[in-house]
Design a protein around this ligand. Sequence first.
Ligand SMILES: Nc1ncnc2c1ncn2[C@@H]1O[C@H](COP(=O)(O)OP(=O)(O)OP(=O)(O)O)[C@@H](O)[C@H]1O
Ligand SMILES: O=C(O)[C@H](O)COP(=O)(O)O
Length: 398
Amino acid sequence: MSKLSIRNLDVSSKEVLMRVDFNVPLKDGEITDDTRIQAAVPSIKHLLAGGAKLVLCSHMGRPDGKADPKYSLAPTAKRLGEILGQNVELAPDCVGTEAAELRKKLQPGQVLVLENTRYHAEEEANDADFAKSLAGEAEIFVNDAFGTAHRAHASTEGVTKFIPRAAMGFLIESELEYLDAKLENPERPFLVIMGGSKVSDKIQVISALMEKADSFLIGGAMANTFRKAQGYKTGDSRVENDKLDLALEILATAKEKGVDFLLPADTRITQEFKDGATTQVTGIYGQGGETPDGWEGIDIGDVSIQQFEAEIAKAKTIIWNGPVGVFEIENFAHGTKAIAEAMAKSDAVTIVGGGDSVTAVNKFGLDDKMTFISTGGGASLELLEGKTLPGVAALSEA
Ligand SMILES: Nc1ncnc2c1ncn2[C@@H]1O[C@H](COP(=O)(O)OP(=O)(O)OP(=O)(O)O)[C@@H](O)[C@H]1O
Ligand SMILES: O=C(O)[C@H](O)COP(=O)(O)O
């Protein structure tokens, strides 16, 4: 069954609550990549032109249920105001008296951003009372937060129980259309590149993806967990120790299924996690290579780069989620840059998903060389796994 779309709504003079994914990368309080804000603009403009009183809500980062100015949506509200060329006010909280008063004062064509929903633990717990407060007096809910559609949280799922109609925005619509169509019967070889830091989230996804993909390249912090599971020293690298058994199971399944599963042959390491830090590359794993104590793996090594480039050149469909190193620091960005360049050169269908992966591709100026840029990282992977996204499932039928 298809879901109600934003294009079939009469929003004139109605309060519309819209969930967006404004979880953008920040450095010293400045937005370093506004792709996710830009991606929500078509829906925002459509609703404002239709005369909606528009209330936007989003999370930012993972503040663990506490108000923390580091995770404020203030920079995103400011940026949205610049893009729209109109005043965009920020409510100091997403629920409570002040937010309710600001919402009541909204006029058709005006927009208000509510402060980070994850300042409340009830958001991720999908608490019904919190969802009801967030819903407030809204008559229509629009979800355009594709990047968070795989989370059953109060602002993505719970809130739909307290608002009569819930529709999807243009961004979710186009992401679903593209990812479903292209990935249903991918041209082979189908390669998945995974990295990043959200190991526990994404490592689970690998087993499911083994049913679909022909080969995997693993980088980022995730690779450290696999190498530690195999018994190598990982020094002070970021590792998820409770996922070591799962990592071994994944390696065994890959072998059994004949799936190519390439871990970095070597690792770039540092003793200082900061701009300008010096680095070294370990030897090859299995030939004496490992990360000593006091050192941290922050990128794939030079031999790995060559091997990964060769795999990319062979593939016909590539989905990439998660930078293979800490690309935000120049000396740690070699691997991520090489992956982006190899994908840009390839004639395969190339899909980049995830807040930071997209930021990396934009930073290297290669975004227009990719077939499709998805604003979802975990969300696009779960879709690819064949899972139903709770933020979409909860919407009204068309
Ligand atoms: N070896 C590593 N050690 C520590 N952090 C790493 C390492 N490699 C990459 N990272 C960090 O991982 C972060 C990105 O991880 P993440 O899993 O959030 O990817 P993403 O593309 O944003 O996907 P999503 O949208 O699902 O969050 C980057 O900030 C990068 O610095
Ligand atoms: O960056 C993302 O993947 C989304 O904004 C979801 O964030 P989360 O992984 O913290 O739920």
